[in-house]
Design a protein around this ligand. Structure first.
Ligand SMILES: Nc1ncnc2c1ncn2[C@@H]1O[C@H](COP(=O)(O)OP(=O)(O)OP(=O)(O)O)[C@@H](O)[C@H]1O
Length: 267
């Protein structure tokens, strides 16, 4: 499908671990994400989602295909204008640094003065609702607040693309809703381009402008779904709308969730 203004283009992407006869984790993946779009990737467990994100972020060199970020090839090197938010916030924040210092940390390698770094950190902390926690340490905060710090740190770099790997999977259901709405607010504020991986079908539909549904391993894109739910989403009314319910069934069917839930037959 031809897109208007692609920020990310993935073409013919494949990766095989362990050489030519090794395990093929992803195969012939093709999709693109437009500038300013929030796209979600949903796929069965073990289908190759992390391999895909690692390939996009330049952490591994894919064995075939190309990844382009605003037209530039990503060739096994982490691009400077890409930020990643991981599921495990407790391992991605530095416990010995204050919240503000954690957010400022990646800005040290940028051409910014100390006061500019501080102003930028304070600005993003305000946006994620943590202005009052700047002097605290991560271990003094709840899990949801720690993940807000991770999001602030990623946004402080003004990334061209924000990659998120199951970012809300380790928090309770209520906090998850709050963080989803926070993401929707800040992506509007920053006009961010976001690619988010999730296991959660409902979450993918609630957040996304577009959902890419992946097959079982080796992952390929089985469906590129536009999500016509408008800009303003609400945890209750959006999720009970007819469009949402229809899309949820469509993705569940594509993922074949019924057969995945059946117990394995004994021989
Ligand atoms: N470093 C590696 N070496 C060999 N095989 C690997 C390696 N990393 C992942 N794999 C295999 O590649 C396949 C895809 O793994 P990957 O972690 O990308 O899937 P995933 O969809 O992110 O999994 P999950 O749903 O559990 O998060 C799996 O079969 C996995 O065992």
């Amino acid at each position: 499908m031809t897109r208007n203004n692609p920020m990310l283009e993935v073409s013919g992407l494949g990766h095989r671990y362990g050489g030519a006869h090794g395990h093929e984790a992803i195969s012939e993946l093709n999709f693109s994400v437009d500038s300013g779009e929030l796209a979600c990737i949903v796929g069965p467990s073990g289908c190759g989602k992390s391999t895909l994100l690692r390939s996009i972020s330049g952490l591994i060199k894919p064995t075939s295909g190309d990844v382009r970020l605003h037209g530039d090839d990503v060739k096994g090197e982490v691009p400077r204008d890409l930020a990643v938010v991981f599921q495990d916030y407790s391992r991605s924040l530095f416990p010995w640094l204050s919240v503000r210092a954690n957010v400022e940390f990646p800005l040290r390698s940028r051409d910014l003065s100390k006061s500019e770094r501080r102003a930028r950190a304070d600005e993003v902390l305000e946006w994620v609702g943590l202005a009052g926690a700047a002097k605290k340490y991560p271990w003094q905060l709840s899990g949801g607040m720690q993940q807000r710090v991770s999001i602030a740190r990623a946004l402080a770099c003004r990334p061209a693309l924000l990659l998120m790997d199951e970012p809300f999977a380790s928090v309770d259901a209520q906090t998850r809703f709050e963080l989803e709405d926070l993401l929707l607010r800040v992506r509007k504020q920053f006009d961010s381009t976001v690619l988010l991986v999730t296991h959660d079908i409902d979450e993918s539909i609630y957040l996304a402008d577009r959902v890419f549904v992946l097959s079982k391993s080796p992952a390929t894109v089985v469906k590129d779904l536009e999500i016509p739910l408008g800009e303003d989403r609400d945890q209750i009314s959006t999720r009970e709308s007819e469009t949402f319910v229809h899309l949820r069934s469509e993705v569940a069917r594509l993922l074949d969730v019924r057969s995945a839930a059946k117990p394995t037959e004994k021989a």
